[in-house]
Design a protein around this ligand. Structure first.
Ligand code: ATP
Length: 456
């Protein structure tokens, strides 16, 4: 391992002046306390990758303070964040004690906009058992970088002790070479055993940046998947809740990105849906269903009142045996309505598939289907045969929005005494409208006079 400090990064020209000033201030605060301060991870990667003619927008900045192993410096990141907060009173300070990290957040600030700076103390991690939550202890910057996911994310630019504008680049693991040859490469063979979310991160970076998964890294993914470590941790319930949260966060990131289809295919070809459930595979039927639900949602939920990424995830989960769905949704900490939807999907599906073909009149279709919400019905649609799908499509396009020519206020205006019978009257009006018995307000009034004489 070398310490290739010969390469210098000229950040000043690349960053907004206010951000450069803030980083300089942070470096001064660290230096006064005898610490080093580094810009690490994604920001360094993005500066190195960016087209120099374009301004670089950095919204997430990760800093690491190296406290030189002194016990007193374990909380160096937090101390530094507090010192900066004094100089930047507009920032919100969040401290995460267990991990010795702090965050400074700006929201719509006139100068720093919506900047988010994480400040950590250099740390290494050891894993008490695979796929568990990392425990943290103070350590040096090299070890901090070694615990990161990929070589391209494991570089640092030193902000302290510099002369002039350029920052020394720390690249212990060949990140620059991999950036040039466009490779996603892990730092060690056990990387994916330690943390399955890295599989999804590898896919995300590969697809987003147009990089390749380096062949040995692919082998490590296969090894981790085939080792059964994720299944064992699922079964034995030894996964830390934080892992499930991070898995969900990575899935969300991927499933809501514009490149989600390519990423999803790559996950499928790696067999990496197994991290969610041992039997989950991207077979042609599942691939067809996730694309189909997308079409339905674009058509029937164009304003995205539903979370489309979550509906894609629900299609994945619904591909499992009915009794498994709720458990996986719970593990991933999906919202309660989503968990319940998946738990009851099998039953709703049976009801709709059995009853819908019996419905003769449009009003019967509406009476049956209006018991279910849009997300349930689109899930049923993509899990049903063609004739059912057509009826559901017809329901959404022609029937679901039909309204009777009179509403509750009109009934009052027409002299009907308000009460529980209003519902029955309005339902009767809607039924008659759907079935073409009444066309307009005059028909509706005549209908009411015939079926609900004014004394009711
Ligand atoms: P993005 O531009 O997508 O936000 P990023 O690299 O900033 O990319 P983050 O998820 O914000 O990604 O993570 C910040 C840094 O933390 C990464 O660059 C990486 O070094 C490290 N990191 C994040 N998640 C992991 C992980 N699961 N394992 C190891 N290192 C990780």
């Amino acid at each position: 391992m070398t310490y290739p400090s010969s390469r210098l990064l000229n950040m000043r020209e690349r960053l907004a002046p206010a951000l450069w000033q803030l980083l300089t201030q942070a470096a001064q605060e660290a230096q006064e306390r005898g610490w080093h301060l580094y810009l690490v991870g994604g920001a360094v990667r993005d500066v190195l990758l960016a087209d120099e003619s374009q301004p670089l927008l950095l919204e997430d900045v990760d800093l690491v303070v190296d406290g030189f192993h002194r016990a007193a410096d374990v909380g160096a990141g937090v101390t530094l964040a507090k010192a900066l907060r004094e100089r930047y009173p507009n920032a919100r300070l969040d401290v995460h004690g267990a991990f010795q990290t702090a965050a400074l957040l700006w929201h719509n600030d006139p100068v720093l906009d919506s900047l988010w700076i994480d400040i950590a103390t250099a740390r290494t991690e050891f894993y008490p058992y695979p796929a568990a939550n990392p425990e943290v202890e103070a350590s040096s910057i090299r070890q901090d970088l070694y615990r990161r996911d990929f070589t391209i994310n494991a570089m640092a630019a030193r902000l302290t002790g510099r002369r002039g504008e350029a920052l020394p680049l720390l690249d212990f693991f060949g990140g620059m070479l991999d950036l040039r040859s466009r490779q996603i490469r892990v730092l060690h063979a056990n990387s994916f055993i330690e943390d399955p979310t890295r599989i999804y991160r590898a896919v995300r970076f590969a697809v987003r940046l147009g990089f390749e998964l380096e062949p040995q890294t692919q082998d490590y993914i296969q090894y981790a998947l085939e080792s059964g470590v994720y299944e064992r941790s699922l079964g034995a319930n030894t996964r830390a809740p934080a892992l499930e949260t991070r898995l969900k966060a990575e899935l969300k990131y991927i499933l809501e990105a514009p490149y989600w289809q390519r990423a999803f295919q790559l996950i499928g070809s790696l067999g990496a849906l197994r991290c969610l459930h041992p039997s989950l595979k991207l077979d042609p039927l599942l691939w067809w269903r996730v694309r189909l639900i997308d079409r339905w949602l674009r058509r029937f939920d164009p304003d995205q009142t539903l979370k489309h990424w979550q509906m894609r995830l629900e299609v994945l989960i619904a591909h499992l045996e009915p009794q498994e769905r709720g458990k996986v949704a719970e593990n991933l900490q999906l919202p309660i309505d989503s968990i319940e939807r998946l738990q009851h999907l099998g039953q709703a599906q049976t009801e709709v598939v059995e009853s819908l073909p019996q419905c003769q009149r449009p009003s019967e279709v509406v009476l049956l289907l209006r018991q279910y919400k849009l997300p349930t019905l689109v899930l049923i649609a993509v899990h049903s045969y063609r004739a059912i799908r057509r009826k559901l499509w017809h329901y959404f396009t022609n029937l679901a929005t039909v309204q009777a020519p009179l509403n509750g206020n009109d009934l009052k205006r027409l002299g009907y005494k308000p009460g529980p019978h209003y519902k029955e009257m309005l339902d009767a009006l809607l039924t008659a409208t759907l079935d073409g018995v009444i066309q307009d307000e005059a028909d509706a009034q005549a209908f009411l006079e015939q079926h609900y004489p004014r004394s009711t």
